[in-house]
Design a protein around this ligand. Structure first.
Ligand code: CA
Length: 232
């Protein structure tokens, strides 16, 4: 039977997108918009995992997290605002299993759901790691490091780098990179990619005129150097 995900979030545009992606990934989805209804729904639906927003009408996410933990160890993924570093720490202290910062890509959330559920089902696998020379991405921890120095990447930059590093040598159009990072191919967002690439190159220490990692493919877009192909 499909795993059931309970989403507690009052912002309809977020729940709409999450429902779409999670259902596509084969999950059953139940949405609750009011904090006061979260615990009754939790007890009634018995979800396999809860995606919990902090800012909710009537009862906030902290309180719901506490109550769920009092009743068992159902995995919880918190939705937090990027700026609120303390929110993540408190959430993890209260027993949340993971958190995702807004704005997030629905693909990222779906990937986290899969990881957390796999862990809770006891099918622990080694965390997926992508490497290119001294550059290392940990997809489970969602961290990036180069030569043991941690890189402070935005979620968009991280997702773009994941797409690149999974397919070294492959040319990506800007639209493909928008899709890889946003989960949707928004036309008109392509030029934003140039700025993300510029930022990524700066963080990777890549010289735009002679980049080691992210190369410009004239008339197409960008590619991650074929030097890092897995088969070479
Ligand atoms: Ca909210």
């Amino acid at each position: 039977m499909a795993d059931k995900i309970l989403i507690v979030e009052d912002e309809a545009h977020i729940t709409r997108t999450l429902r779409l992606y999670l259902e596509q990934a084969g999950y059953q989805v139940v949405i609750i918009a009011d904090g006061a209804q979260a615990m009754p729904a939790f007890r009634h639906e018995k979800p396999d995992l809860v995606i919990l927003d902090l800012h909710l009408p009537h009862v906030d996410g902290w309180e719901i997290c506490r109550q769920i933990r009092r009743e068992g160890d159902t995995p919880i993924i918190m939705l937090t605002a990027r700026s609120e570093e303390s929110d993540k720490l408190i959430g993890l202290e209260l027993g949340a299993d993971d958190y995702v910062t807004k704005p997030f890509s629905p693909r990222e959330v779906t990937a986290r759901v899969r990881v957390v559920l796999r862990r809770s089902h006891g099918q622990v696998q080694p965390p997926p790691i992508l490497r290119a020379d001294t550059l290392i991405l940990d997809l489970e921890a969602h961290t990036a490091a180069k030569a043991d120095q941690s890189l402070d990447l935005t979620p968009t930059e991280f997702d773009i780098l994941v797409a690149f590093m999974r397919h070294p040598g492959q040319a990506f159009t800007r639209l493909q990179l928008v899709e890889a990072s946003q989960g949707v191919a928004y036309e008109g967002y392509e030029r934003v990619i140039d700025q993300h690439i510029k930022n990524l190159r700066a963080k990777l220490g890549d010289d735009a005129r002679a980049p080691r990692f992210i190369q410009t493919v004239f008339g197409v877009g960008y590619r991650f150097s074929a030097e890092f192909r897995h088969d070479s």
